[in-house]
Design a protein around this ligand. Structure first.
Ligand SMILES: Cc1cc2nc3c(=O)[nH]c(=O)nc-3n(C[C@H](O)[C@H](O)[C@H](O)COP(=O)(O)OP(=O)(O)OC[C@H]3O[C@@H](n4cnc5c(N)ncnc54)[C@H](O)[C@@H]3O)c2cc1C
Length: 222
């Protein structure tokens, strides 16, 4: 496994994509020059002076562009600046790295918010067989990529919305959806991606339901 690149190992890239896919939520991308494993991340910045932030890759391993998904943190440093960029502007990016790696084996994928990014990469990289995806958000307009996720996974794609109701989605958090499941396959892996509180609560619930600790893989966005 390649180690995390140092902050000096950033290369200048020219944006080929800068799309606001939902209010305050963007997909940006540049020409892919590295191979990567679906689930990996890059470090990204707007110069080489400030510490870069980490973003999961949301594009597929064979795609020509390498893309990331982010939402603006209004009090954050980088995301308001990334949001202002345009196609042909430059960013500084590391080589892909990380250990949150998808496989072809049956698995449950559990994401909240922008934590959907690595699973979209895994799907676009051909790992859709025998996967169940739980996608949790607060508001209905936060189901990023849901059309393509639904098309790929059909009834194995479960959308959970905690703050708004719609007949097409489960009303509540992913953790409530999981708690209602009578039995979960114990031999499969459970991949969790999102904020720390959600990841820890979900992991604890899975353990309570008999999933071995070693079958739970987490990627925490901090
Ligand atoms: C492995 C990994 C993958 C990630 N992937 C993604 C992804 O795909 N998409 C995505 O949107 N995000 C992702 N993140 C989060 C991302 O790296 C950034 O943290 C996020 O985009 C915010 O960056 P920012 O510079 O705008 O905010 P920051 O300036 O980093 O601030 C973030 C928040 O922390 C608060 N804060 C900053 N400094 C302090 C301080 N000293 N004390 C207290 N609070 C402080 C800010 O007020 C703000 O609310 C990932 C993180 C990790 C670790």
């Amino acid at each position: 496994m390649n180690p995390a690149p140092s902050n000096t190992e950033l290369s200048k890239e020219t944006l080929t994509r800068h799309e606001e896919i939902s209010p305050g939520v963007f997909v940006i991308g540049f020409r892919r020059t590295h191979d990567f494993k679906p689930g990996q991340a890059i470090k990204l910045g707007i110069d080489t002076k400030i510490p870069p932030r980490i973003y999961s890759i949301c594009s597929g391993a064979q795609d020509d562009e390498l893309c990331v998904l982010f939402n603006i943190k209004t009090d954050g440093f980088l995301t308001p600046k990334l949001a202002e960029l345009q196609v042909d502007d430059c960013v500084y990016a590391s080589a892909p790295y990380g250990t949150f790696l998808g496989t072809d084996a049956p698995a449950w994928w559990i994401a909240t918010g922008t934590g959907i990014a690595p699973f979209r990469s895994m799907l676009r990289s051909g790992m859709k067989e025998n996967k169940v995806l739980l996608h949790g958000v607060r508001h209905l307009n936060q189901f990023y990529f849901s059309d393509e996720l639904a098309e790929a996974l059909g009834t194995h794609y479960h959308r959970c919305c905690s703050a708004e109701n719609d007949p097409s989605v489960y009303a509540g958090r992913v953790i409530a959806f999981l708690a209602e499941q009578d039995s979960l396959p114990k031999e499969q892996r459970y991949y969790i991606c999102g904020q720390a509180t959600m990841a820890v609560e979900t992991r604890d619930l899975l353990i309570e339901k008999g999933i071995p600790f070693g079958n739970i893989v987490t990627e925490i966005y901090f």
